[in-house]
Design a protein around this ligand. Structure first.
Ligand code: NAX
Ligand code: ADP
Ligand code: K
Length: 463
């Protein structure tokens, strides 16, 4: 069982292609199904502690996996029952069904069991479950002590996080061969519970991966404050937000943070404060410039953004600055020599790039290509995309992050990493998102953005 971090994510189509490649190399659908079913059964056997198991089987190969699971668990001595939507349709599923010698109950009135295995539908589902299957699944999951989905919870789309209908929340999802987008994209991800990947002997590869712990080294023996990276934060109408970003940058490892803003609170004293001036942006030591948190949207904000876009250093564009990015400024972003990272939440993203179609992954990718910038598409699921490049998905984060100011903290954290590695903006964005999530994980619940900024110290120190 492999945890999600740092693993490839494959769509349903990519899974089918990978399966076909394995078959070209000598595997069969039946051998893949046998391997998948036995891998699932081994986990269920361990977690069931001898309790009775109910396996729900659908008409396709996900159902086929279910029959293999049921037969393997029965052979291991567990009390197993099977209920199915009907007869299996594919040859492999028919063969698997033949390997199950017990009775097959109908779904409508099936009695629940303490351990529920959902093998109704996987990557082949294209519409909502019928009402009988949906009701039976909901009832059996609710009554189970432990509910386990094979590959995906039945009722979720594979590629875009969509729920086709009502889908119960599972305790555990055992995904076969690779993670799928819906294990990370909301709302489907919220139905998966813990997700673990089972090896079924296929070689999964993708430029889309789950976010991994970054490899940020501690300061070297010869480090000085400028070598660690200098971050300048351009403030404006709301000095508190810029100050949050500044503190976050310092605590994420920046050697020097310059807050170019007027007024506002004074602590922490390690932040160097100066009123904004265009000349301040020409300091060659600035490794990254963060603009947006608390900038405002007035004429002065527009002027500051134009100065920032004209500055020679890498940029993090967040919050109000994203609202001010019209077509002319987006063209300036695209034409810059130094890197740009943009960190929109969904409202800012829609306003900038349009509501669009496709999954959050597709949309983040298209936006990165259009802007020529790394896009951090934030939310309960965060997608990081580089232009013509790789994509990373952050798994379910701490929902207590849904509080004002946490985005300012993220912008500062990303700025700090970018200042230290201006030539690798995508990796810097990924590391900033990881640090932010780790800080939230460490403080737990009911925190405010100020607490989150402070917790970045421990998150950075953990690397
Ligand atoms: N791709 C791979 O490498 C492997 C896939 N395996 C399993 O195969 C699964 C995919 O199998 P399938 O492609 O057969 O797809 P599913 O088993 O997800 O089900 C699709 C079948 O259900 C029908 N169907 C779709 N939506 C329906 C609905 N709402 N109501 C009723 N019927 C509906 C389809 O017409 C099709 O016959 C994976 O999720 C996984 O569990 C494993 O057996 C082993 C390897
Ligand atoms: N439900 C949630 N679960 C996990 N992370 C969340 C959730 N809601 C918001 N976040 C994260 O919190 C931050 C909020 O940023 P943003 O919306 O810009 O807030 P603000 O502008 O108030 O600072 C983002 O990093 C986002 O990914
Ligand atoms: K399933």
């Amino acid at each position: 069982m492999t945890p999600l971090a740092g693993q490839p994510i494959l769509t349903a189509g990519e899974m089918r292609a990978t399966e076909a490649a394995a078959i070209d190399r000598g595997a069969t659908v039946d051998s893949l199904m046998a391997r998948a079913g036995h891998a699932v059964a081994a986990v269920v056997l361990r977690l069931a502690s001898g309790s009775p198991v109910l396996v729900l089987c659908g008409p396709g190969n996900n159902g086929g996996d279910g029959y293999v699971v049921a037969a393997a668990l029965a052979a291991a001595g567990l009390a197993v029952r099977v209920a199915a939507t009907g007869a299996p349709m594919s040859d492999a599923a028919k063969n698997a069904r033949a390997g199950w010698t017990g009775p097959v109950e109908t779904l409508a009135d099936v009695a629940p069991a303490p351990i529920l295995v959902d093998a109704l539908f996987g990557t082949g589902l294209s519409r909502a479950l019928d009402s009988t299957a949906s009701a039976a699944l909901g009832r059996c999951v609710a009554a189970a002590r432990l509910s386990i989905a094979v590959d995906l919870p039945s009722g979720v789309a594979t590629d875009d996080g969509v729920l086709f209908g009502m889908v119960p929340a599972f305790d555990l999802t055992l995904t076969l061969g690779a993670a799928k987008p819906s294990h990370l994209l909301q709302p489907a991800a919220s139905r998966c519970g813990q997700v673990r990947i089972l090896d079924i002997g296929i070689a999964a590869e993708s430029s889309v991966e789950t976010l991994a712990r970054p490899g940020l080294p501690p300061p070297g023996p010869q480090a000085h404050k400028y070598s660690r990276g200098m971050v300048a934060i351009v403030g404006g109408a709301m000095p508190g937000a810029a100050a949050l970003a500044a503190e976050a940058a310092l605590r994420s490892g920046a050697g020097y943070v310059l807050l170019l803003a007027e007024g506002g609170a004074q602590a922490p004293h390690a932040i160097v404060r100066r009123p904004f001036s265009p000349e301040a942006l020409n300091d060659k030591r600035i490794g990254a410039l963060v603009i947006g948190p608390g900038l405002g949207r007035d004429a002065e904000a527009e002027a500051r953004l134009d100065h920032a876009l004209g500055a020679p250093c890498p940029l993090v564009i967040d919050g109000d600055a994203l609202h001010l990015l019209d077509d002319r400024r987006l063209a300036l972003v695209r034409d810059r020599d130094a890197a740009v990272i943009m960190t929109p939440h969904s409202g800012e993203f829609d306003a900038l790039f349009g509501a669009g179609t496709g999954s959050k992954i597709d949309r983040a990718r298209a936006a990165a290509d259009r802007a020529g910038a790394t896009i951090v598409f934030k939310g309960a699921d965060t997608v990081i995309a580089a232009p013509q490049g790789p994509v990373r998905l952050a798994g379910a984060g701490n929902p207590w992050l849904s509080t004002a100011g946490t985005g300012d903290v993220l912008a500062g954290a990303i700025g700090a990493v970018l200042a230290g590695q201006p030539e690798a903006p995508f990796e810097a964005a990924c590391a900033g998102v990881w640090l932010h999530a780790e800080a939230a994980r460490r403080i737990g619940a009911a925190f405010i953005a100020d607490d989150l900024a402070r917790a970045l110290t421990a998150a950075r120190a953990s690397l």
